[in-house]
Design a protein around this ligand. Structure first.
Ligand code: HEC
Length: 126
């Protein structure tokens, strides 16, 4: 009878020790995986100089995504993935400010600065 107690106690201790080690390892790991947003330049490909990708994508997400898609792939509105090679900055600015062809005008909704931010971001999509 008694000879089983020692090995089973040992086994229990081992399991406990392993559990403790596993737990403390996991605790050590958590702080080293911060939830930092990825740098904007790498998150959306090459960022052209002077383009505030972070601000532009934020404006895009709340104003344009519903019609132009979450990847600029287009939906009710046309795709904008290569809009910079099809339209000049001025054309893009006019389209956003005045709308047209089913797109609402944004000059009352967005500030000039916000429009400019989105325009230079889109103009770099070639
Ligand atoms: C209600 C839907 C809708 C929303 C919201 C919208 N668009 Fe559009 N957008 C369109 C449609 C439809 C067209 C096509 C207009 C045309 O063919 O004349 C268009 C055209 C464009 C064009 C010209 C692209 C091309 O190939 O002709 C640009 C640039 C553009 N939108 C940018 C934006 C931006 C930036 C926003 C957010 C600030 C936005 N759009 C919000 C529907 C929308």
């Amino acid at each position: 009878m008694r000879k089983w107690i020692v090995p089973s106690l040992l086994t229990a201790c081992c399991l406990f020790a392993v559990l403790l080690m596993y737990n403390s390892l996991r605790k050590d790991e958590t702080p080293s995986v911060p939830h930092e947003p990825a740098p904007s330049a790498t998150a959306s490909g090459e960022a052209a100089p002077g383009v505030n990708t972070e601000a532009a994508t934020a404006i895009y997400k709340s104003n344009c995504l519903s019609c132009h898609g979450d990847q600029l792939q287009g939906a009710m509105g046309p795709a904008l993935t290569k809009v910079g090679s099809m339209m000049s900055e001025d054309d893009i600015r006019k389209q956003i400010s005045n709308g047209g062809g089913g797109m609402p005008a944004f000059k009352g909704t967005l500030t000039d600065e916000q429009i400019n931010t989105v325009v230079s971001w889109l103009a770099a999509k070639k």
